[in-house]
Design a protein around this ligand. Structure first.
Ligand code: ZN
Ligand code: ZN
Length: 310
């Protein structure tokens, strides 16, 4: 009979294929938390006195980040708050917001809900109904980044923590490589590295935790999470890449780690060679940092405005 490698308990819940380790529920929770906190120290993601804003969608990843960072908050190492973005996706987002709110309330931290509609006059559904030039994920990504940075800065946050896990990160690496987006590749990492003080540094505490362990963690901890997937995500190129890597992982359980490790090794070379260094200015419309006269969010916002006028 199988036993937990750490405590001998006979009720095991996971056999880590990548390491062969077999664990019971309590030891799985404990080793996972230790791993995340160790990575936070190793990559210097958080400093004592930081105010960390968790980008809290209510999904398993962000709820797990909140659960683990709460440990640092309780020990008075950081201040903790949370921000939920309402993209305006009917039949999907409302439920996530409710769960995000419950999670923030349960631990008694500040929680802001901010919407695309408030800042860009349209919900994501409205944008997509006008059959715009790009796919939903493109608009969503640009607007979400803009709002998150603006709101986190207004709340005096010094870091923004996102729920990106190992699967997300390896997907981004493979996807950008296959698409030849070398400039995007140079920006992938455990924390964003902009020297521009107007950009709040983003950190990814779950970068080395596989998605299936995130799912197991929230179940083992009995956390309230929103399990539905975004209705716009299903046909994206990213989902195809994700399926491909998952399939490879069945016979090669360490493939995501080796992809990540290999990438982290060549990243400094990529950065030195290919990183586009553009002087940041101020967007003439919104005042946020921008590579040109307008930032990307304002360019997009203007382009979707035009859709109705045409
Ligand atoms: Zn155990
Ligand atoms: Zn702007």
């Amino acid at each position: 009979m199988k036993q937990c490698d750490r405590c001998g308990e006979s009720r095991v819940i996971i056999e880590r294929k990548q390491s062969g380790q077999i664990l019971c529920k309590e030891c799985f929770i404990q080793t996972t938390r230790e791993k995340v906190l160790k990575d936070i120290r190793k990559y210097k993601l958080i400093r004592k006195g930081d105010t960390v804003a968790v980008a809290l969608s209510g999904g398993k990843d962000s709820v797990m980040v909140l659960d683990i960072l709460y440990d640092l908050y309780e020990r008075n190492i950081i201040d903790l708050l949370s921000i939920t973005i309402d993209e305006g996706i009917q039949g999907y987002r409302e439920h996530g917001i409710k769960i995000a709110r419950n999670n923030a309330r349960k631990i008694g931290i500040k929680h802001e809900v901010v919407s695309f509609k408030d800042y860009f006059d349209k919900t994501l559904d409205e944008i997509m109904n006008d059959e715009p030039q790009y796919g939903a994920c493109t608009y969503c990504g640009v607007f979400r980044r803009w709002i998150l940075n603006r709101v986190a800065r207004d709340m005096n946050a010094t870091k923004i923590a996102t729920g990106h896990n190992l699967d997300d990160e390896t997907q981004a690496i493979v996807m950008n490589y296959l698409e030849g987006n070398i400039d995007n590749l140079t920006r992938i990492g455990p924390k964003s590295g902009s020297k521009d003080g107007r950009f709040i540094v983003k950190i990814k505490p779950l970068r080395e935790i596989p998605e299936r362990e995130v799912a197991l963690y929230v179940v083992a901890r009995d956390l309230d999470v929103h399990f539905a997937g975004c209705p716009y995500s299903s046909d994206s190129f990213r989902a195809e890449i994700g399926g491909f890597i998952k399939k490879l992982s069945l016979n090669h359980p360490t493939i995501m780690y080796s992809t990540l490790r290999g990438f982290d090794k060549i990243k400094p070379v990529l950065k030195a060679e290919f990183s586009r260094k553009s002087e940041m200015r101020e967007c003439i419309n919104c005042g946020e940092p921008a590579a040109h006269d307008l930032c990307r969010a304002c360019i997009f916002s203007k382009s979707i405005e035009n859709c109705i006028n045409e």
